[in-house]
Ligand binder design. Structure first.
Ligand code: HAM
Length: 408
């Protein structure tokens, strides 16, 4: 769990502001959920036999003996809130949230126990247009942030019958090749045969390559959905790779799953992930509603921006105001507020210090101008303006003339 210090936080604010603006422009409204939920919400939605629920949740009993969990992700809480407040009463909704998530994972570069996500959920949309729009929207976000080397991978994991049939076929296949299975694969044969498809054991690769493919079990509707999605992405001119091994670690997904991946961050290369979860609303007690969503990890995005040497655009200070004496301080403060009314980014020296020491601060602040206020300026109701980054003499001017000069 990290502190995010001001140097880095500038990049965070750039990501946050850009994302909020983009999501809003695609019609997503902001929703804010609590960071703790009842534990059973996550057990029911993410799935009892997933890594997150089995090993990674921060779960505790409150003083009342109720089991609560720090949210490991946002989809479950978002759907819970939508149902609790009946947000779908007047049709589909597009929502986004941001904030900390908690997973007890082994920390390493790009993987933390408290991390931050932006997530978007579109509820009530059945067709593949919304899947495509979310993916295209992320592509636009990367461009707006200045990222180039992120690869889009997509897959369809079909509906639950297809997955059950595929699983049964896998068990039959591995059973008939028992002699070639390594220890892990043998142990998982009946509990989690899908995991064997991710095996890194070179001796298993040929076996895994020839294993039954989920794609061959997709039903007609799921297949048509996936084909439409691909033609929409093609029409949008977005490059992607169909990765038949992409499955994602939550039980709520069906049909479309996707990830944006980079090779620049070592093992933690997935920047964003998402997909369809048409069964979750009903599973959590609502009327059936199709849905699709995604989340990206802000830490990973910021790391990647640093790799790309992207700098946060920063607003430069226009003026640094220095002053000597009590009446000068009061006049400087008044002037600073009037400058700010006119849109000038002004910083006033706070505290004491000789003119020389204050001038050094003005220089170090990066401001374009210093404004100097002494007794003479107070008496004349003027300000002395000194350019710090461009040639030019110090000038005594009225406040309006100062504003005009800074704006020029
Ligand atoms: P997820 O793939 O678990 O999906 O997380 C989304 C993103 O959060 C990841 O791609 C990664 O960038 C970031 N992330 C995950 N774990 C960590 C970690 N320990 N440290 C740093 N970053 C991390 C979800 O959470 C789904 N709720 C996404 C979704 C929304 N699907 C549908 N709607």
């Amino acid at each position: 769990m990290n502190d995010i210090l001001p140097d880095e936080a500038a990049l965070w604010m750039f990501v946050e502001q850009t994302t909020r603006q983009l999501l809003t422009s695609y019609g997503y409204g902001n929703i804010r959920m609590p960071v703790v939920e009842e534990t059973r919400l996550f057990n029911r939605s993410i799935g009892e036999v997933t890594d997150i629920v089995e090993k990674e949740m921060y779960t505790f009993n409150d003083r009342n003996g109720d089991s609560l969990t720090l949210r490991p992700e946002g989809t479950a809480g978002c759907v819970r809130a939508v149902l609790e407040h009946n947000l779908l009463y007047d049709g589909p909704k597009k929502l986004f949230y941001e904030g900390p998530m908690f997973r007890y994972e082994r920390p390493q570069k790009g993987r933390y126990r408290q991390f931050h996500q932006f997530g978007a959920e579109a509820l009530g949309f059945a067709g593949p247009e919304i899947d495509a729009e979310q993916i295209v929207m992320l592509g636009r976000l990367w461009r707006q942030l200045g990222l180039t080397e992120v690869e889009l991978q997509i897959n369809s994991i079909g509906d639950s019958e297809a997955r059950a049939q595929h699983r049964a076929a896998l068990v039959r296949y591995f059973e008939s090749h028992q002699d070639q299975l390594d220890e892990d694969a043998r142990r998982r044969l009946y509990t989690n045969p899908l995991r064997t498809l991710d095996s890194k054991n070179p001796a298993m690769q040929a076996l895994v390559e020839d294993a039954p493919k989920l794609a061959d079990y997709l039903g007609d509707e799921a297949r048509a959905h996936f084909e439409r999605l691909q033609s929409l992405l093609n029409a949008a001119g977005l490059a992607y790779r169909v990765n038949p091994r992409l499955v994602r670690g939550f039980d709520y997904y069906n049909r479309t799953v996707f990830e944006w991946v980079t090779t620049k961050l070592g093992a933690q290369g997935t920047i964003a992930g998402g997909g369809r979860y048409d069964g979750l609303v009903e599973q959590l007690g609502g009327k059936p509603q199709p849905a699709c969503g995604f989340a990206f990890g802000t830490e990973r995005l910021v790391l990647l921006l640093r790799e790309h040497d992207v700098k946060a655009p920063s607003r430069q200070l226009d003026v640094y105001i220095i002053h000597a004496g009590e009446s000068a301080a009061a006049y400087a403060m008044q002037s600073a507020e009037r400058l700010r009314d006119a849109g000038v980014a002004a910083q006033m020296h706070c505290g004491v210090g000789s003119f020389k020491a204050q001038m050094k601060k003005a220089d170090a602040s990066g401001a374009r101008f210093a404004i100097i206020v002494g007794d003479d300026e107070v008496a004349a109701a003027e300000l002395s303006l000194k350019p710090l980054r461009e040639p030019g003499e110090q000038q005594r001017l009225s406040l309006d003339a100062v504003i005009a000069r800074i704006g020029s």
